[in-house]
Every structure is written in C-alpha cells, then in structure tokens.
Ligand binder design. Structure first.
Ligand code: FMN
Length: 191
C-alpha cells in the first residue's frame, strides 16, 4: 500500500481542515495516510513514506514556521521522494477591485509554492494553491484593524460564512480534484 504523510502548519484552521480533506480523498484512492500538525508533533523520520505532502497557511506572505522547519530538516531525503506542496491563502480571491484575480493567483503560486520548492531544491509532483478562511473568532490584536477593514469586502464579494464569524474562500471541489489527481499520479508511478 502506498504510504503518504501530510505535514501542515496553520494559524486560523484552514490548512488543518484542508489537510483532512486531502487525506480523505487519498484514502478513498487506496493510500495509507498519516496527517501531522507540525506544531503539535515532530516527525522523526520519513523513510517509510512514498509520498510526502507539506502544507501551510500564509500570513503576510509567510508560511508557518514548523512545516518550513520540516522542509529544511528533511531536505535531502525529500529530494529523493514524491513530494507535493500546498498553501491555503487569500490570494485566490482578491478582495479589492484593483487586483486582477489571475495575476494574484500567478504571483501567489510563484511566491508561496515555486520559490519554496526551489529554496529546498525540491521538484514537487504537484503544487496546490487553495483559498483560506478569515476567522473572526480568532483575531490577533495586531491584525484587528485589518480584519475589520476587510469585513465589508468579504460581505460584498459574497464569501460564505461556513460558521458564525468564519468566512471561507476555499473551493472544496478544487481541493478534492487536486488530491485525486495527486493520488493517481503517485500510484501510476509505482505500478
Ligand atoms: C493577518 C492576515 C494576513 C494575511 N496575509 C496574507 C497574504 O499575505 N497573502 C495571502 O494570500 N493571504 C493572506 N492571508 C489570508 C490567509 O492566508 C488565510 O487566512 C488562510 O486561511 C491562512 O491559513 P490558516 O487558516 O491555515 O492559518 C492573511 C490573513 C490574515 C488574517
């Protein structure tokens, strides 16, 4: 059975639930999957895994610390494995009128995924750029003003509230399709 590891870092929860959605699809496709929140658990070794997926939420253009540390620590071993990277971010749905959506997605892909892969000399089999959440139940004081400023924009853009105070810009189908395609690519390469 193909074994997969998903290691993620999250601040507001989107990357956690996205990781679980990816795991669900990979399991449906017949993979054995372990999901690790890198802040809560340190992965000791990756020798047993055929596929390693590393994901992070983005805040002010930055990944969370722990998945980045994971990439650094296992850089050499990862270079010899099937690797996929993904991020949950706001760039898939710009909230102001001035930003072009396609341009925003292209820039985010380059900055958050392609440059990260290059930094650790990885050649991922897949890169996933997904939406994220704006979580009004979890606003750090530092970002209070920013969060209030974008609330009318979220409303105007019709971003759904999946729970009170949780605006979610993710497209679940896109996440599922990405995971399914990834599972198939990896399994084909081992068959
Ligand atoms: C303070 C703040 C800063 C953010 N900065 C960015 C950013 O620079 N680029 C981006 O694409 N999304 C940005 N976002 C959107 C986040 O990526 C989104 O909230 C995502 O869900 C974060 O992942 P997480 O929920 O797993 O922490 C920002 C969100 C917040 C609240």
């Amino acid at each position: 059975m193909t074994k997969a590891l998903i290691v993620y870092g999250t601040r507001y929860g989107a990357t956690a639930s996205t990781s679980e959605e990816i795991a669900k699809i990979l399991r449906q496709e017949g993979l054995d999957v372990r999901v690790v929140n890198a802040k809560q658990e340190k992965v000791k070794g990756i020798a047993e895994y055929d596929l390693v997926i590393v994901g992070s939420g983005i805040q002010i253009h930055r990944w969370t610390k722990e998945p980045e540390e994971f990439l650094k620590k296992f850089q050499k071993e990862l270079a010899k494995k099937k690797v996929a990277l993904f991020v949950c971010c706001g760039s898939t749905q710009p909230l102001d009128d001035k930003t072009d959506k396609a341009e925003s997605i292209k820039n985010a892909r380059k900055k958050y995924l392609e440059e990260k892969a290059a930094k650790y000399r990885l050649q991922p089999v897949s890169l996933g750029l997904f939406g994220g959440v704006y979580n009004y139940n979890k606003v750090p004081w530092l970002f209070g003003k920013f969060m209030e400023a974008i609330k009318p924009q979220l409303e105007e853009a019709g971003v759904p509230q999946t729970e009170p105070g949780l605006y979610d810009t993710r497209d679940l189908n896109a996440i599922h399709n990405w995971a399914k395609e990834l599972a198939q690519t990896v399994q084909e390469s081992f068959s």
